[in-house]
Design a protein around this ligand. Structure first.
Ligand code: PLP
Length: 359
């Protein structure tokens, strides 16, 4: 029996997608073997790759002057790829907003290749909010401006897109495809697949094509966006199964009504849970109201000594992976696209009952 899965990543996948993959696993499209066993340059796989790109373009209305890349090494490889790809046009300094653990990893990596200017930091309040734009110290010669629209661990989401002078770069690993996106406001968007796209092993990059000639001369081949773009993301063997499965998720998303439907659903799901947290005398959210994530909802129990009991009983009730990140403790419910409203309803009902018995 499939249970309700609140894992932060690798995360829940849509059940119809898994069923289709299962059905066609052994003999895919009548070729007599699985999709994992055909050449990535075969006409069959090329069609999968092209359809995945087109469906993603349709879902996010990606303008024609942007390249869509399917990349390896996860979002983490992009922490390094960004400075390598953008520090070659003169300036070796970049602006970063520090909002928590993922932003910090991106910052640390960029510091290896150039100068990082922290334009704003939420460290003063334990990374529980997204800094407002009026407090920023943007630099004049930044090669780019990086931020993390949704901090997966802290559960902090920017309610706005920063208005900046240099190309805007965003780590959308845990928020992409959860609402319509003004792609034209960005220079580079990237996302590891295993939260809101597909299985782990692949990452999506969306890059404005005028940024493809700014790489440092010694850039490692595997990190170059230009080489990826010129070679249809097949300069070397791509993770074909992850690409195929991501493509099935894109088709599923379209059938659900696209990102508009996901925006509505994500609001409904998160408001249901935050509403309960705010009424409860036992559970609470540590995140500032205006910066609360629709995707990742951390919460704590009034009595920490009940954490273990909560986790044990929730798992027995068919609610998986509610343990908070090891660095922050407490609980976290991730509500990505593939998590249905019924999962959140079941979670809230369980929490209300737990509070009654233990509060
Ligand atoms: C999960 C996550 C990452 C790391 O992704 P990997 O694919 O494991 O490298 C980076 N940034 C954010 C915001 C994430 O949620």
């Amino acid at each position: 029996m499939r249970k309700f899965n609140f894992c932060a990543g690798p995360a829940a996948l849509p059940e119809p997608v898994l069923r289709q993959a299962q059905e066609e696993l052994l003999d895919w499209q009548g070729v007599g073997c699985s999709v994992m066993e055909v050449s990535h340059r075969s006409p069959e796989f090329t069609a999968v790759a092209e359809a995945a790109e087109q469906d993603l373009r349709d879902l996010l209305s990606i303008p024609g002057n942007y390249k869509v890349l399917f990349l390896q090494g996860g979002a983490t490889a992009q922490f390094s790829a960004i400075p390598w790809n953008l520090f070659g046009a003169g300036s070796k300094s970049a602006d970063y907003i520090h909002t928590g653990q993922w932003a910090e990893k991106a910052i640390k990596e960029a510091r290896r290749y150039g100068e990082v200017n922290i334009v704003a930091s939420a460290e003063d309040r334990n990374f529980s909010y997204a800094p407002a734009a009026d407090a920023w110290q943007e630099s004049d010669d930044a090669a780019y401006f990086h931020y993390t629209p949704n901090e997966t661990i802290g559960g902090v989401e920017f309610p706005y897109i920063p208005e900046v002078k240099s190309p805007l770069v965003a780590d959308m690993s845990s928020t992409i495809l959860s609402q319509p996106l003004a792609v034209e406001r960005f220079g580079f968007i990237y996302a590891g697949a295993q939260k809101n796209i597909g299985p782990s092993g692949i990452a999506v990059g969306i890059v404005r094509d005028d940024l493809l000639d700014r790489a440092l001369p010694d850039i490692p081949r595997s990190l170059s966006w230009k080489i990826a773009a010129d070679g249809q993301s097949m300069d070397n063997t791509p993770p074909t199964f992850a690409w195929y499965l991501s493509g099935l998720v894109f088709k599923w998303l379209k059938a659900q009504g696209g990102v508009e439907a996901m925006a509505e659903l994500s609001l409904k799901k998160s408001q249901l849970l935050y509403g309960f947290l705010d009424r409860s005398a036992f559970f609470s959210s540590p995140v500032s109201v205006e910066s609360r994530s629709r995707m990742n909802v951390p919460f704590v129990l009034a009595d920490e000594s009940l954490d273990k009991k909560f986790l044990k009983e929730s798992e027995e009730a068919g609610l998986l992976a509610l343990k908070g990140h090891r660095s922050v403790g407490g609980m976290r419910a991730s509500l990505y696209n593939a998590v249905p409203l019924e999962a959140v309803e079941a979670l809230v009902a369980f929490m209300a009952d737990f509070e009654q018995r233990n509060g």
